[in-house]
Design a protein around this ligand. Sequence first.
Ligand code: GAR
Length: 192
Amino acid sequence: MKNIVILISGSGSNMAAIAQTAHKEAWQEKFGLRIAAVISNRADAQGLPLAKSLGLATDLLPHRDFASREAFDAALMARIDLHAPQLVVLAGFMRILTSGFVSRYAGRLLNIHPSLLPAFPGLHPHQRALDAGCTVAGATVHQVTVELDHGPILAQAVVPVLAHDTADTLAARVLTQEHLIYPQAIAKLLQK
Ligand code: GAR
């Protein structure tokens, strides 16, 4: 069995899209892939009850309980490694990762970012796309390297920017595409 561990901080809609696609496409039966755990660094993440409602095992590791980024990442690695995952999937996990964390999961650590990378890494990508006058926006699934929101690109989706878009309306349009490309990219990678 190939285990996937998903890390979240917020609403968990990408996590749910991955879980629902895994179920619909019978990843476990066909490819031996299963979501072993969903781990959040925030107790108030709406994705935690959502994961439970989808029948997934959840774990909470509040980063505020740790004195340093290194100490948190070490504890997180220990929790993740309980599942010996083939893939660690960042799905709205809003933490800057230490180089020790990134190198431990090198080649099996994925992220999704709501912009057409390498444009607009970091925070507020939708507002920055609007401010720049972009006519298209989108999302990128990529392998994680030490540099924030960089690394080899696995999948992208493009959406139009419409005349009356706000950051929120644009984010919602991009998110519908995230829910399609993230499960596809994972399946493609793990079926190899
Ligand atoms: C998604 O739009 C994801 O691309 C973004 O956070 C949102 C999480 O939504 N991630 C980043 O900005 C990472 N740099 P979700 O919790 O509903 O999946």
